[in-house]
Write a protein that binds this ligand. Structure first.
Ligand SMILES: NC(=O)c1ccc[n+]([C@@H]2O[C@H](COP(=O)([O-])OP(=O)(O)OC[C@H]3O[C@@H](n4cnc5c(N)ncnc54)[C@H](O)[C@@H]3O)[C@@H](O)[C@H]2O)c1
Ligand SMILES: O=C(O)C(=O)C[C@@H](O)[C@H](O)[C@H](O)COP(=O)(O)O
Ligand SMILES: [Zn+2]
Length: 355
């Protein structure tokens, strides 16, 4: 199935097809002219999938160099950015050449940032291999690396030329990694798709979800595609994709990148913000309970024992949504519909204390 992301300057296809990775070179040839390709991956995905992708690319006329970064959130760094820039330069990559991100959101965000900035931008494709990357991070063009001060502080908007999703690769994805993707799917349903929410309600657990992957991936990525089409550069409506992320990103940073994963932090963030919104009458009663029930069913965390509101507040000060002392937070109008509410940043600690 092909879903097109329609944007003013750069529309592109998302191709969802089981077992497509093995023949990915054929698809790439339909998008790019023959050229050098940097296949950026992490050491886990490298061992399982890089060779078959390289073979398919090379047999379709591409000249592929595999570039491997360590697995995990700490690779979204200036150090790894520099490592990839050097590799591209050593291998004489030019503006005619391209980068393919083969991996989860970490590989996608980092490789996308490198592709966007090397020679002011070279061609870029996403081959997402984690559930999270297949439903969220590979689409929409946000690229980023982290700083000590806060998450995703450096980045660009840089849309890929295409996204190739092979649901068969989820077979090798560990359970913990799978449920991290479920957190973003629950987010997508909660903010914009009540039908997807109801479908998730009918699914018993992560195992069943994996078996019915395409049924879930397609509506989840359509939520993202539609939101991005309305507001590519995060000026207004796209902010809803940040539901649970203001607190979530602060949790990731304060715990130490990679300690509590992105998906887990977002799950806790969605609960914290909804609990308080419910208390203030901004979100209907029992919404937190519904979210808690949904997330727990997929073994996602909904609380954090070491939650430190002061530290979290300090980190939130660096959030990209802060403008002139105000922060846009995302709340649920109801399940399936989000709203953007501005609050004063000074009030965030009380907000967090009482939730
Ligand atoms: N750009 C965006 O719009 C966007 C959206 C959501 C999340 N993100 C970012 O994405 C990152 C999280 O992504 P993630 O959850 O994919 O983490 P990840 O990239 O670290 O992948 C999780 C783990 O799964 C492994 N893995 C990936 N695919 C596999 C497969 N098929 N089989 C076996 N192992 C596999 C990886 O090696 C890694 O160890 C965070 O940095 C987050 O900020 C970005
Ligand atoms: O695409 C978006 O927009 C999102 O907010 C999707 C989020 O799931 C994702 O984690 C994103 O990277 C967060 O972006 P940021 O702008 O808050 O850094
Ligand atoms: Zn996210």
């Amino acid at each position: 199935m092909i879903i097109t992301v329609n944007l003013k300057d750069h529309s592109y296809p998302i191709n969802v097809q089981r077992n497509s990775l093995k023949q990915s070179g054929v698809w790439v040839k339909s998008i790019w002219a023959k050229q050098k390709v940097a296949l950026v991956t992490d050491n886990t995905v490298n061992q399982i999938y890089a060779q078959q992708v390289k073979e398919s690319l090379d047999s379709n006329g591409f000249q592929t160099t595999v570039m491997v970064i360590p697995s995990g959130e700490t690779s979204k760094s200036l150090e790894m950015t520099d490592f990839l820039y050097r590799k591209l330069a050593q291998n004489h990559f030019t503006k005619n050449d391209g980068v393919i991100a083969l991996g989860g959101g970490v590989v996608g965000d980092l490789a996308g940032f490198v592709a966007a900035t090397y020679m002011r931008g070279i061609h870029f494709l996403q081959f997402p291999t984690s559930l999270l990357a297949q439903v969220d991070s590979s689409i929409g063009g946000k690229t980023a690396i982290n700083m000590t001060a806060a998450k995703n502080l450096i980045g660009t908007f840089y849309q890929p030329d295409g996204v190739l999703i092979d649901p068969a690769v989820l077979d090798t994805l560990p359970q913990r990694r799978l449920r991290e993707g479920v957190a973003e799917i629950v987010k997508a349903a909660a903010i914009a798709d009540v039908d997807l929410w109801q479908l998730l309600e009918r699914i018993r657990n992560s195992t069943e979800l994996k078996q019915r992957a395409e049924e879930i991936i397609i509506p989840a990525l359509k939520v993202k595609q539609q939101v991005v089409e309305k507001d590519e550069f995060d000026q207004n409506q796209r902010l809803i994709l940040n539901f649970g992320h203001t607190i979530g990103h602060a949790i990731e940073k304060t715990a130490g990148y990679g300690t509590i994963s992105h998906g887990e932090s977002v799950a806790i963030g969605m609960i914290k913000i909804t609990q308080q919104a419910e208390k203030m009458g901004l979100t209907p009663k029992y919404t937190t309970q519904k979210l808690q029930h949904m997330l727990s069913k997929f073994d996602l965390p909904t609380t954090l024992t070491d939650f430190n509101p002061r530290q979290i507040k300090e980190t939130i000060n660096h959030d990209k949504k802060v403008r002139e002392g105000q922060l846009n937070i995302i709340l649920l109008e109801k399940i399936g519909q989000a709203k953007i509410v501005p609050i004063y940043i000074d009030t965030i600690e009380d907000y967090l204390q009482s939730s």
